[in-house]
Ligand binder design. Structure first.
Ligand code: IPM
Ligand code: MG
Length: 364
């Protein structure tokens, strides 16, 4: 029995997780996997109901689970709140609370979607990148962090960018391991021409690389990487980078695939893994039944692979998603001329049908 904590959060979170459950139930039925679902609050809804973006009970439930599936957090309703009280603070707190220092964000251009990108087909065809983003350090968590009043009437705000050798070592190890299973290349992205923390990052990555002589290592400055991602993205296999750079570059990599609505992620490193789509809560389309559930569904596949060790079930889900896209079904964010427009629920059901090979729903 796999005990999974669901954290729908805000906006479209609920709708997309619901479809993910349907898909995981379906694949579980085929693979003999039993699920136990529990729901807890995070983000804006947690602020409204419990007065905190990450209630203690939510963290405790997650610590006790086999895996956590998260929808998205945030929305205009909570935008006026100070930093530490915002919904996003709940996300940062759970990453820290579960010690999830390794964020894996695969950006793979699927055959049926190669013409959905805003870039030319020749540029994106065959792109298969894994962004390995450090997730519990760097600019997001460095101290001191404050704001102060200045005598000139203005203010001063400070964030701190810091990394320790140990923090860099462990994320670099994840990246090299992942590269071993892929095309044996790591591009470490930093700003070592300017930042001291990047110089330590680069030295440490070079040390770790010695343990992986079979993996090729290259270094790239972040500005160049942002440019190379749209110029020639096929040169990349694994991109290893800091929390802040990874946040930015993973959104950019996502767009190579056609839509931010396609990108899953896994956050690992602690006892329990957390899986979430890379896209946000999309408050503008929440409750309308038009959100793309595929990133959440693919995050469910990552949960199967990394937390439950069930690679075959994960592949079943991924293959089903590709099949549905090949059949020409698209949610609004992916819509192309000649394709068949479907909503959130139908997209989920189509993936379920594809998992059952069409039989279960009496398709012929
Ligand atoms: C992401 C998001 C978060 C981040 C926000 C919502 C705090 O952009 O997961 O990429 O910056 O990490
Ligand atoms: Mg982001």
């Amino acid at each position: 029995m796999a005990k999974i904590v669901l954290l729908p959060g805000d906006g479209i979170g609920c709708e997309i997780l619901w479809e993910t459950i349907k898909v995981l139930e379906a694949v579980g039925a085929l693979e003999g996997l039993d699920w136990h679902w529990e729901t807890a609050d995070i983000g804006g809804i947690a602020i409204d109901k419990h007065g905190a973006p990450l209630p203690k009970a939510t963290l405790a439930a997650c610590q006790d689970a086999d895996g956590v599936l998260l929808g998205a957090v945030g929305g205009p309703k909570w935008d006026g709140l100070p930093g530490e009280e915002r919904p996003e603070a709940g996300l940062l707190a759970i990453r820290r609370g579960l010690e999830l220092f390794a964020n894996l964000r695969p950006a793979k251009v699927l055959g049926p979607l190669e013409n959905a990108s805003s870039l030319k087909i020749e540029v994106v065809r065959g792109v298969d990148i894994l962004v390995v983003r450090e997730l519990t350090g760097g600019l997001y968590f460095g101290r001191p962090r404050f704001r102060e009043q200045l005598l000139d009437g203005g203010q001063r705000a400070v964030d701190t960018l810091e990394y320790s050798t140990r923090e860099v070592e462990r994320i670099a190890q994840v990246a090299f391991q992942a590269a071993r299973e892929r095309r044996q290349k790591v591009t470490s992205v930093d700003k070592a021409n300017v930042l001291e923390s990047s110089r330590l990052w680069r030295e440490t990555v070079m040390d770790v690389a010695k343990e992986f002589p079979d993996v090729e290592l290259e270094h790239m400055f972040v500005d160049n990487c942002a440019m190379q991602l749209v110029r020639n993205p096929r040169q990349f296999d694994v991109i290893l980078t800091t929390n802040m750079f990874g946040d930015i570059l993973s959104d950019e990599a996502a767009m190579l695939t056609g839509s931010l609505g396609m990108l899953p992620s896994a956050s690992l490193g602690g006892k329990v893994g957390l899986y979430e789509p890379v896209h946000g809560s999309a408050p503008d389309i929440a409750g309308k039944g038009v959100a793309n559930p595929l990133a959440a569904i693919l995050s469910g596949a990552m949960l199967l692979r990394y937390s439950l060790g069930h690679a075959r079930a994960a592949t079943r889900v991924e293959t089903a998603v590709e099949l549905v896209l090949a059949q020409g079904y698209r949610t609004r964010d992916l819509m192309q001329p000649g394709a068949c427009l479907v909503g959130t629920t139908t997209m989920g059901e189509l993936v379920v049908e594809a998992i059952f090979g069409g039989g279960e729903y009496g398709q012929d």
